[in-house]
Design a protein. Structure first.
Length: 328
């Protein structure tokens, strides 16, 4: 039986996603071959598919997965055939039954964590790790501090709600419906704002007694940019880590002075996991949070790999709660 992978030959809508036969081959130096038990679904996959983040064509998609290591190439010492493993990694290619890929961002998956959870948690969980633990305002974050997290009912957001609660932070969540707001509260948010029916910046000022928050974590982009800046306390930080509603428009740097000497950063996960050592350290912290039960990975949707186009339609329509996985 041949292996399968999802490819696109041109950027566009979900109809561009094609499941094709592939030859996987043997790993080269610094590589492994992994057979997937589950593959993660993330909004960055939409950016790759529609051309917002261009890829050389034809292109394979998918940035995270979990399964069993089948073979290792020369120089790979932290993994061996038979290991349970999970990853968030470049280049894309996780939408597949099996693949050959760089080993540096692939980690042994603890026995306490199942494959579906592993596939659903790596990119999202490592993103939350670098945001809450590394992407910090002046003086860092202490228990009791307010932070604002947009799209808090999604896969990244629900992990962030729980992790923030474990750190003692007061996370103010935004989401697009009353049900999603309730979900964020159930996962550890201290306040939730329905941005479709409320002015979230005004509510944030009310909640914080007019002060604002130390940091805003914003993956929405264009629609929330101005409001996010208006939520910041003096010297606060706006971490723009995605653009689900479109890219942030050009702005004058003088705006940052007018808002109270605030800071803006555009971090990416892949800068943080550039080495095996960095990936391992971040992964160890994520695994510990999940194994302890302080962070639970909610998987509400499972799709066959052949149904990847429908998965993308649901993702773009914001019909998904928590995480979703593709099953080869």
């Amino acid at each position: 039986m041949s292996d399968k992978a999802v490819v696109i030959e041109a950027p566009g809508g979900p109809e561009q996603l094609k499941l094709v036969d592939v030859e996987v081959g043997a790993p080269g130096p610094g590589e492994i071959r992994i057979r997937h038990a589950a593959c993660g679904l993330n909004y960055i996959d939409v950016y790759h598919r529609n051309g917002s983040y261009p890829l050389p064509l034809p292109a394979r998609l998918g940035m995270e997965g979990a399964g069993v290591v089948e073979a290792v190439g020369e120089g790979v010492t932290h993994l061996k055939p038979g290991d349970r493993a999970a990853y968030a990694s470049q280049p894309p290619g996780a939408y597949a039954t099996a693949r050959v890929m760089p080993a540096k961002c692939v980690l042994k998956l603890p026995d306490a964590i199942d494959f579906e959870t592993g596939a659903a948690m790596m990119l999202k969980g490592l993103t939350v790790q670098y945001l809450l633990r590394k992407t910090l305002p002046q003086g860092g974050l202490q228990a009791g501090d307010f932070v604002l997290f947009h799209a808090a009912a999604g896969g990244v957001g629900l992990i962030a709600c729980q992790w923030a609660r474990a750190l003692g932070l007061q996370l103010i969540a935004t989401a697009g419906s009353a049900d999603k707001c309730q979900l964020a509260l159930e996962h550890g948010a201290t306040h939730a704002i329905n941005y479709r029916s409320e002015d979230f910046a005004a509510r944030v000022r009310d909640i914080t007694g007019g002060r604002g928050v130390k940091v805003v974590y914003d993956s929405v982009g264009a629609d929330t940019w101005e409001g996010s800046l208006n939520c910041l306390a003096p010297f606060g930080l706006l971490a723009s880590f995605g653009s689900a509603s479109g890219p942030v428009p050009p702005f004058s740097v003088g705006t940052l002075a007018a808002k109270g000497s605030v800071y803006v950063t555009r971090p990416t996960l892949f800068t943080h996991i550039a080495t095996q050592q960095a990936t391992q350290a971040m992964g160890d912290e994520l695994f510990a949070m999940v194994a302890s039960g302080q962070v639970k990975i909610r998987i509400d949707q499972r799709y066959a790999l052949a149904d990847v186009a429908q998965a993308h339609r649901d993702l773009e329509a914001r019909r998904l709660l928590g995480s979703a996985v593709l099953l080869p």
